[in-house]
Write a protein that binds this ligand. Structure first.
Ligand code: PRT
Ligand code: ZN
Length: 297
């Protein structure tokens, strides 16, 4: 087979991960000729193309070498690793991407007095994740029936085809609507960048390294906040102690107010209302939290 010289990234064609994945790639400086209804999108600046597919196909496309990288939920990647045999062993999770967050959980009927995993012994559990569920049950020595369904798992208990389910949960609304409640969390998931464990030894490997560096920058900036505030010199120590993530702040004098200082700090993560209220209580005022557009340290 002729080796490709352009990098190929697989992502979901149409679904929850499509917009955020495309946005992330754009932020990394990758733009594509728009042909979203097609399977293939040609990259304009860099030698990187997109393949738009169903999310379930992404790990297999990487394992077969059709694509070099893929953006896919950890739930899909982990399930593939457990069920696809040897070729799946070559796959790695290169980066966690911070969107598409959800969890794979076991849920039971609301009226069941659930206390411990042993209660699942002998029960039938419906799921689209037989690999992950099977492993979790095995690790706990629980012998339960795994009923594999392709979709609409949440209605199985009402239909009488299962006693419990194992499915993705985000807000929990679907469980409540089906009179179920979350009993065990098997996996915390989010979108990840997946690829072969070994980088290709040609230009594609260099391109992957470059992309990973840009991705790290983008993720860091996305999660950074610039905090600006005014404080009296007297309250300064208490205010600094409360800064989220313990950043090294910059201090500036305030014209005409020798007792006051302006403080500027780059916080590695969201600054919550609660944290702001605490900082204010310690003596700060005029507080601003700003997103960071670009950063070159
Ligand atoms: O067509 P294709 O196969 O590509 O799409 P799909 O229907 O398989 O995938 P899609 O777009 O629904 O989900 C893609 C990925 O998004 C998943 O693999 C997860 O990694 C991630 N994700 C994040 C979710 C959810 N949140 C989510 N809430 N995937 C599915 N759900 C479903 C869940 O299955 C359940 O039916 O939403 C319902 C639960 O949501 P809540 O908010 O009611 O708890
Ligand atoms: Zn799917």
């Amino acid at each position: 087979m002729k080796t490709r010289d352009r990098l190929r990234i697989a992502m979901q064609k149409s679904g929850r991960l499509t917009e955020p994945a495309l946005d992330l790639l754009n932020r990394c400086g990758l733009t594509f000729r728009q042909s979203r209804d097609k399977l293939f999108c040609f990259g304009e600046g860099e030698p990187v193309d997109l393949l738009l597919v169903r999310d379930d196909d992404i790990p297999g496309l990487i394992a077969q070498g059709v694509c070099d990288l893929g953006i896919v939920g950890r739930n899909v990647l982990s399930e593939y690793r457990l069920t696809a045999g040897r070729e799946a062993e070559e796959l790695a999770e290169w980066r966690a991407l911070g969107f598409g967050r959800c969890r794979l959980s076991i849920a039971v009927p609301q009226e069941l007095d659930y206390r411990e995993a042993a209660q699942l012994q002998g029960q039938r559990i419906a799921t689209s994740y037989p690999g992950l569920l099977g492993e979790w049950l095995r690790e706990r020595g629980i012998d339960a029936g795994v009923v594999t369904l392709a979709g609409s798992v949440e209605i199985a208990p009402r239909l009488g085809t299962a006693d419990a389910i194992c499915d993705l949960v985000q807000s929990g609304g679907t469980l409540v609507a089906n009179q179920l409640r979350e009993a065990e969390v098997l996996l915390e998931s989010e979108a990840v960048l997946a690829g072969a464990k070994a980088l290709p030894s040609d230009e594609r490997g260099d391109m992957i390294e470059l992309l990973l560096k840009r991705l790290d920058g983008v993720i860091q900036v996305r999660e950074s906040r610039l905090l600006l505030l005014q404080t009296s010199r007297h309250a300064l120590e208490a205010v600094i102690r409360l800064l989220p993530g313990g950043p090294q702040p910059t201090l500036l004098p305030v014209a005409g107010q020798p007792d006051q200082l302006m403080l500027q700090a780059l916080c590695a993560g969201e600054v919550s209302w609660r944290q702001l209220e605490e900082i204010k209580k310690a003596g700060a005022r005029e507080m601003f939290v700003l997103p960071v557009e670009k950063m070159l340290a």
